[in-house]
Design a protein around this ligand. Structure first.
Ligand SMILES: Cc1cc2nc3c(=O)[nH]c(=O)nc-3n(C[C@H](O)[C@H](O)[C@H](O)COP(=O)(O)OP(=O)(O)OC[C@H]3O[C@@H](n4cnc5c(N)ncnc54)[C@H](O)[C@@H]3O)c2cc1C
Length: 464
């Protein structure tokens, strides 16, 4: 009998369209393994919301493997040591894995090659990150030319079918998932998560099927948080329960603005990885040098500002659209994209708080928290990143709320305001301001002026 093949699952928790699994299955009995390695990722280990998702996704993957009479081996600790030990114990020939691009995963992949045979495959992006370049081989820093170049390479390869799996003679030891403590207990804050999400590969496919029927309305609806105009596939994509190639394929034959706009968002996801490939620590500090010394109001330096950060986190800013978004995030682990932009602009411009505080909060609270996408989007909104978005673009939360008809969204997430009519709910008049609703942290005009003045100071300093 041929020697066993290890498949190392990470953010690719699916059986279909999994090139590493297919290659392993073609060579011998498969030992599927997931290693929970919190040390290696350091302060980038999955946050609370991500751990909730991870628990359910691993449970689901284990069940799917059970259909093949296979099982998911769970190990905890350093992934390189764990995989090397597993390979030795089982006599496995090769560790097969889908390539990952976060710096801690790249380091682990490199180290592992010193211990055993590691075969890496592409599979989590439309194109392998780093492969979309200009004619002279330079990677792109701006989205539009990247988008055009990648679009010319589409469609992606056809998705692969779930392979038949043969089993090893003996199964190695596995941890018990329940003992990993990934789920919250005291307090159990995940009630809203359970109501909102079905986790795992089958749920991802169901969500895709449902969305394909709605895609023609995507362009018109996607900016309106009160209606379900977007796919909500982001956590499934982040955890690799579905691949972008599968999504592309499901939209084959669909025409029109909706499908175009949706594909362009999928390409943003590839773009974020392309930025990470060029700047592995992009999510850790402002790309533009000038913003590294920007006069941010640092919460570590003052109680008052720490209180403002907390009010933003808890959805108590006195801006209905912002509070709705932050409470949706806290309750469900997800926030509508338009609202993500508004809350991020408010934190960094109106409150002048360093975007990295917002990025960290999202890291802990989003079920789709993604090193590349989160960092790229935070720097994009803040105007500190590689692209052309300017710090001086200060979004007006009250106008945004009205423009994108957020009344029902606010009613859902800010019950103190639920009784107000559409005309008042975006910007309640003082006479109707509920007693139990917090006062505004800062007026829009004042916040905008303070942000622009800080920007002018910075420019004056950097120009001199
Ligand atoms: C401040 C900020 C932080 C963000 N942090 C994350 C994050 O940690 N993880 C994450 O997946 N997305 C992040 N986004 C991007 C975007 O908000 C979410 O991908 C989107 O809201 C997910 O909802 P959906 O699946 O319904 O999206 P859809 O509109 O249905 O889009 C389909 C898919 O395209 C991808 N996508 C869409 N917009 C973007 C974008 N701007 N950048 C990268 N990929 C995109 C996602 O994978 C998404 O599932 C962030 C945006 C902002 C403004």
């Amino acid at each position: 009998m041929s020697s066993p093949q290890i498949v190392w699952f990470r953010r690719d928790l699916r059986l279909q369209d999994h090139p590493a699994l297919c290659a392993a299955a073609a060579r011998g009995p498969v030992i599927p393994v997931y290693v929970l390695d919190d040390e290696r990722a350091g302060n980038r280990k999955p946050g609370g919301a991500s751990r909730w998702w991870l628990h359910h996704s691993l449970e689901s993957l284990g069940k799917s493997l059970g259909r093949h009479r296979s099982k998911l081996i769970l190990l905890r600790g350093d992934c390189v040591a764990g995989l090397a030990r597993l390979a030795e114990e089982t006599g496995a020939e090769t560790v097969h894995a889908i390539q990952h691009y976060e710096p801690w995963w790249k380091d682990a992949e490199e180290e592992l090659t010193g211990h055993c045979d590691l075969a890496l495959y592409d599979g989590n992006y439309l194109m392998p990150p780093g492969s979309v370049t200009t004619g002279s081989g330079t990677p792109y820093k701006i989205f539009t030319p990247f988008y055009r170049a990648l679009s010319r390479m589409m469609p992606p390869r056809d998705p692969l079918e779930e392979p038949a799996l043969s089993l090893p003679d003996e199964w190695p030891h596995s941890d018990d998932l329940d003992e990993w403590g990934l789920l919250p207990t005291k307090p159990d804050w995940a009630d809203g998560f359970r109501k909102q999400w079905d986790v795992g590969e089958i749920a991802a496919q169901d969500r895709l099927t449902d969305f394909v029927d709605r895609v023609s309305a995507y362009e018109d609806d996607r900016n309106f948080p009160s209606c379900e105009g977007t796919s909500r596939l982001s956590p499934h994509l982040h955890w690799g329960e579905i691949s972008p190639a599968q999504i592309w394929k499901a939209l084959e034959g669909k025409r029109g603005q909706g499908v175009q706009a949706f594909r362009s968002e999928l390409i943003w996801r590839d773009f974020a990885q392309n930025i990470l490939c060029q700047f592995p620590y992009y999510p850790e500090e402002s790309y533009r040098q000038a913003y590294r010394d920007f006069p941010w109001r640092n919460p570590n330096r003052g109680h008052l500002i720490a209180g403002e950060l907390e009010a933003w986190q808890m959805g108590r800013t006195g801006y209905p659209i912002i509070d709705a978004g932050m409470r949706q995030l806290w309750a469900t682990g997800w926030m509508h994209n338009r609202v993500r932009m508004i809350v991020a602009s408010f934190l960094t411009k109106h409150l002048l708080i360093d975007w990295r505080h917002g990025e960290r909060w999202f890291w802990d609270t989003l079920v789709d928290a993604d090193y590349a996408s989160n960092g790229t989007n935070w720097q994009w909104v803040s105007g500190t990143g590689v692209d052309t978005q300017l710090f001086t673009r200060v979004m007006a939360p009250l106008l945004q709320s009205e423009k994108f008809s957020a009344a029902d969204y606010i009613r859902e997430w800010v019950p103190e305001l639920a009784h107000l009519p559409d005309a008042d709910i975006h910007d309640p008049p003082p006479s109707k301001w509920p007693e139990d609703y917090p006062e505004r942290l800062i007026e829009h005009r004042e916040g905008r002026e303070r942000a622009l003045s800080a920007y002018r100071d910075m420019k004056g300093e950097t120009e001199s």
